[in-house]
Design a protein around this ligand. Sequence first.
Ligand code: ATP
Ligand code: MG
Length: 329
Amino acid sequence: MSHAIETRNLTQKFGDLVAVNHVNLRIEKGELFGLLGPNGAGKTTFIHMLCTILPPTEGTAKVAGFDIRRNQDSVRAAIGIVFQDPSLDNRLTGRENLDFHGRVYGMDKIQREKRIDEVLKLVGLKERANALVETYSSGMKRRLEIARGLMHRPKIMFLDEPTLGLDPQTRRNIWEHIQMLNKREKITILLTTHYMDEADYLCDRVGIIDHGRIIALDKPEKLKDELEGDIVSLEVPQPKKYAEVFRGVKYVKEVKVVGDQLHLTVTGGEKTIPKLMEIVRRRGNKVRSVGLRSPTLEDVFISYTGRGIREEEGGVKEQMRLRMRAHMR
Ligand SMILES: Nc1ncnc2c1ncn2[C@@H]1O[C@H](COP(=O)(O)OP(=O)(O)OP(=O)(O)O)[C@@H](O)[C@H]1O
Ligand SMILES: [Mg+2]
């Protein structure tokens, strides 16, 4: 079976810096795949190579079955891109931005008009289509960029940080559109993000990238389960006694007594809670309260790298970065 995307030792060097380091990755048709990693991990560079914007220093890839080195035109015809940095013409209307893109892709007037209406509808921008883009909110601009990427009916979409810098509500709205494209329009999606919740919520599979290497790759649930670290807290009478009881239970990995609570490290916390409660009930006691803390993808990243994904960043710094970008434009 051919894959939507298949990379072989894909590598990009900038002088001594290896931005993408021998990546071998296969993405299935129809997948919603997320590349998750901190600033400078190599996400954008990876995407730029797949989109034929940047030739690889080493290795190659097939996108929609076409080699990125030898069949650039075929690759470009099969893909849509939403760049990390905004790239709309603010002095044109939404419709004009889309029309321009359609022309670049050689669509005739009738095709363009039909397709513009379709993509505007897909991203919910029909009403504002004839307004200047400079009057759009940031979420509307992002949706217009997605619409533009869809104009030539790509089978694969690349979304580079689709919700960077957007407020939580707008991010949710973009997520819904991304899901709709994937599930209803059957478009394979490769997105990059450094938001844990985004990767976790949206993606079928996540590749964690750090210093140009994919260091972990799986479904978000699997990645988190591999930590074998759901923490169930139980408030029970005689916690010390129950600590001993639970130490003899196979699926309980660790038991800690914290005040009048027990903290149990288990795999698949949700499934084990009823079993744990049943053990207490059979011994004639009641669980007074129960809590569950799941590991997040942040925990996964930490477990692989020994540091947090946003350690050297922080909210303030990110805002500065965004503002500086806006000034530089
Ligand atoms: N044109 C370039 N010349 C030199 N170095 C570059 C160039 N483009 C990227 N780099 C470097 O390559 C590394 C990877 O950059 P890249 O933009 O791919 O990271 P990223 O994961 O997209 O980061 P971010 O989350 O900030 O967007 C960084 O160290 C960056 O400074
Ligand atoms: Mg980037």
